[in-house]
Write a protein that binds this ligand. Structure first.
Ligand SMILES: [Zn+2]
Length: 458
């Protein structure tokens, strides 16, 4: 069997653990994984020594915002940042672009924009909104047929008017449509009731609470909003048995409902995001609106429960929820949390942010790869191509110097807008190189010529 290139490292991250190995690549795919010494004389060899070779990260929660809000991010800048962060597949969320991916046309417009312009592979989620779910609307099938990988909906206002939120009956209608679709429904799980009650309480206080205080913002998005939403999803999952996935879980109060689902064998799963695992409410300075996201970054005690849930498998994966905007929308001049756009820009730093915290808690690269590569690939239905180092999968690889550290320099942020809570943070784990289907796209300093990424569809 001929081979194009062989990668080897003393620490190759596979499902079976971290071990010395050689990885043969042929035509963009992994042909086989063999013993470290099994390299013929004269072979084209990328020898990483002690630097780990891990699968490319699969990030199924990215807001690219193109077209329509391309000044917030865009396919080119997002996929460069991804490559620099060791991410080889991103899946774009259906909202914040105009049009949103709530129709076949919305998906088609986005997929056409990926052609020749993306530096890593890109998948697209569809959106479930009242228009394509409620009553007799049967709009989800057309979105799937256009190549969307699954659906996302909101139970509270999404922040943009062209992507309205759904209520219980719409969710039931969506789940009925997805019964035999082979994909599930992702849900932004916060309910309006507890948020409205918190807002009324804050409005009634004398003296009025400081809008620049992070504590005020956390009080405005109580854990109860998430906890009640996830109880509702548990009930609907029992009724329909269609996979439901909670995006960006922040409240540890909902872990009981997830445990119940697991005990009953129901397909209710959850992800969390790097910012919930790395930052704590106690650390967020007043006026630092670049930390604003919904649901919010909560207290240290809550964070440790999220880590325990990851360890236990109740939370199955970690994806970025990269949701950038322009600096003016962050209201950095006033520091008013209430007025600022909610969303954290962190795509490029997901892998080192999670590794910093995971390694400090004694977890190895094999766990990291489960949470950030294998589980998200499975979630998007891409497990036959992505998310691991094994024969038959795409040769999406990262040279990850897991013992090295770096300090985040805004000048080296590849997101379109450089505002990020990671600025100035010292993180563990440096990406020394990223390969997409066997081709190097990032070498630790800069990018290869040409956009080699592709649109990945069902
Ligand atoms: Zn999001």
């Amino acid at each position: 069997m001929s081979t194009d290139e062989i990668f080897r490292s003393q620490r190759v991250v596979t499902e079976a653990g971290v071990r010395p190995a050689a990885v043969y690549v042929k035509d963009g795919r992994i042909a086989r994984v063999t013993a470290w010494a099994d390299v013929p004389e004269g072979a084209a060899l990328v020898d990483l020594g002690d630097v780990a070779l891990m699968p490319g990260v699969v990030d199924t929660h990215v807001h690219i915002n193109e077209p329509g809000r391309t000044e917030w991010e865009g396919f080119e800048s997002a996929t460069r940042a991804a490559a620099a962060g060791g991410i080889t597949t991103v899946v774009d969320m259906p909202l914040n672009s105009i049009p949103p991916a709530t129709s076949a046309r919305g998906v088609a417009v986005k997929s056409s924009l990926t052609e020749g312009r993306v530096f890593v592979d890109v998948g697209l989620w569809g959106g479930a909104v009242p228009e394509n779910t409620s009553g007799d609307a049967k709009g989800l099938g057309k979105v799937l047929a256009e190549g969307a990988l699954g659906f996302k909906c909101f139970l509270v206002p999404s922040g943009v008017e062209e992507f309205p939120y759904v209520q219980r009956d719409d969710v039931r209608a969506a789940l009925a449509q997805l019964r035999d679709a082979g994909c599930g429904l992702m849900v932004h799980a916060e309910l309006p009731g507890p948020i409205d009650r918190a807002a009324a309480e804050l409005r009634g206080e004398v003296p009025p609470p400081d809008p620049r205080a992070y504590r005020t913002y956390v009080r405005s998005r109580p854990r109860e909003a998430e906890d009640r939403a996830i109880e509702l999803l548990l009930e609907l999952c029992r009724e329909f048995r269609v996979p439901i996935h909670v995006v960006h879980l922040s409240s540890s109060g909902a872990l009981g409902a997830l445990a119940k689902a697991r005990d009953e064998g129901l397909p209710l799963t959850a992800e969390t995001a790097p910012h919930y695992l790395h930052f704590t409410a106690e650390q967020v300075p007043d006026g630092a609106t670049w930390f604003k996201c919904a649901p919010p970054i909560r207290e240290k005690e809550n964070q440790e429960r999220l880590w325990a849930a990851l360890d236990d498998g109740l939370i199955t994966m970690v994806v970025s929820d990269h949701s950038p905007c322009t600096p003016d929308l962050k209201r950095m001049d006033t520091g008013d949390f209430d007025a600022a756009w909610g969303g954290i820009a962190g795509l490029q730093f997901s892998l080192p942010a999670v590794w910093t915290e995971a390694s400090a808690r004694g977890y190895g690269l094999d766990r990291l790869a489960q949470w950030m590569c294998a589980a998200p690939a499975r979630h998007a239905g891409l497990q036959a191509k992505k998310g691991g180092i094994a024969a038959g999968l795409d040769a999406d690889l990262v040279a990850f110097d897991s013992e090295a550290s770096f300090t985040v320099d805004p000048a080296k942020v590849h997101h379109r807008n450089k505002v990020t809570p990671y600025a100035g943070e010292t993180l563990r784990g440096v990406v020394r190189g990223t390969w997409l289907r066997g081709e190097r796209v990032y070498d630790g300093e800069g990018f290869a010529e040409g956009a080699r990424g592709r649109w990945v569809r069902r």
